[in-house]
Design a protein around this ligand. Structure first.
Ligand SMILES: [Zn+2]
Length: 322
């Protein structure tokens, strides 16, 4: 078998405006097979270098490929999912630990994050929104208004919230199951990814899911979102389009793992497919049915999930309106 040399660096491109302003960081390929952000960032770098777009204010930091090993492998992850349990590792073990130790200080040095992703099954783009302002232990936050304003300008109308709450339930279920999970999968901070890390370090951040991995429109969605973020934050003189209205907003209620390679879905779910209370979602390897706990939606179904990892999420219509 060919030995693949692991990458040893991450490209970080920074444009510092000569006038003061907010510090924005834009990420691509946190997951290696999600390259819409990489393409959009590359296009933007060309346009800035070509003089078509001028960063005048604040700081724009662009990281086209955050996880170079996963990108090289054309896979979601190198050794593990970088976008979970994200934090400084005093004793880095795997490749993603080393990336995290570079990425986390970089995030903490910025005010705003736009993290560009794509997804597995066909569907419309959507943004992941953080919590309302709160002082709870799970995810305290004071910048919900600013974050919602950014989401309103990114383009997509579909918005998903409730990430950390869903993971609190999912991780509790892992603990209660008694299965021998790796310790990281049982950590209450398991749900912390890039935007959660930003919120925990004085900033705010949005994860934008720009379309299906292969969708030729996904890089355009990503590019439009970056430009509108630059316009909103006034880092460059770009016309700001009016905010979107009539959002379709969902709250994640739970995340369910695939426990076994023979756990199967009842049908080929697409993300955001509606489902009625009691309807069959799938079946465990031993025949146990998994049914919808209420009327809701199947979100982020991954029929190829590795056992012990997230298989699908269950969502309900959100009580919030961005
Ligand atoms: Zn992703």
């Amino acid at each position: 078998m060919d030995q693949i040399l692991k990458p040893t660096s991450m490209r970080v491109q920074q444009f510092a405006g000569l006038a003061p302003g907010p510090r924005l960081v834009v990420l691509g390929a946190v997951h290696g097979n999600e390259v819409c952000g990489t393409k959009a960032i590359s296009r933007l770098i060309d346009e800035i270098e070509g003089g078509k777009i001028n960063v005048e204010r604040g700081t724009l930091t662009l990281v086209p490929v955050v996880n170079p090993l996963a990108y090289q492998k054309k896979q979601r992850q190198g050794d593990r999912n970088l976008n979970r349990n994200l934090g400084i590792k005093l004793h880095p073990q795997d490749f993603e630990d080393h990336v995290a130790n570079v990425l986390c200080p970089l995030l903490a040095a910025h005010d705003v994050l736009l993290d560009l992703h794509s997804f597995h099954t066909a569907g419309k783009p959507f943004a992941m929104l953080g919590p309302v302002n709160n002082a709870d232990e799970l995810e305290p936050f004071k910048l919900a208004r600013e974050e919602a304003q950014l989401v309103a300008h990114l383009g997509p109308r579909r918005v998903v919230d409730g990430w950390m709450e869903a993971y609190t339930r999912g991780v509790k279920r892992r603990r209660d199951s008694g299965h021998p999970f790796a310790p990281a999968l049982l950590d209450s901070r398991y749900g912390i990814g890039t935007s959660e890390f930003m919120r925990a370090h004085g900033g705010y951040g949005v994860t934008l899911e720009c379309g299906q991995h292969e969708d030729p429109d996904a890089p355009k969605v990503a590019y439009h979102a970056i430009l509108q973020t630059l316009a909103l934050l006034q880092l460059a003189r770009i016309p700001l389009a009016p905010p979107r209205k009539q959002f379709e907003q969902l709250t994640l209620m739970d995340v369910i793992d695939r426990d076994h390679a023979d756990d199967t879905f009842a049908r080929q779910w697409k993300s955001f497919d509606p489902i009625s209370a009691g309807a069959e979602i799938g079946r465990r390897f031993d025949g146990r049915l998994i049914t919808a706990p209420s009327n809701g939606f199947i979100v982020f179904p991954n029929p190829k999930a590795l056992p012990g990892n997230e298989w699908f999420y269950f969502a309900q219509t959100s009580m919030r309106n961005i």
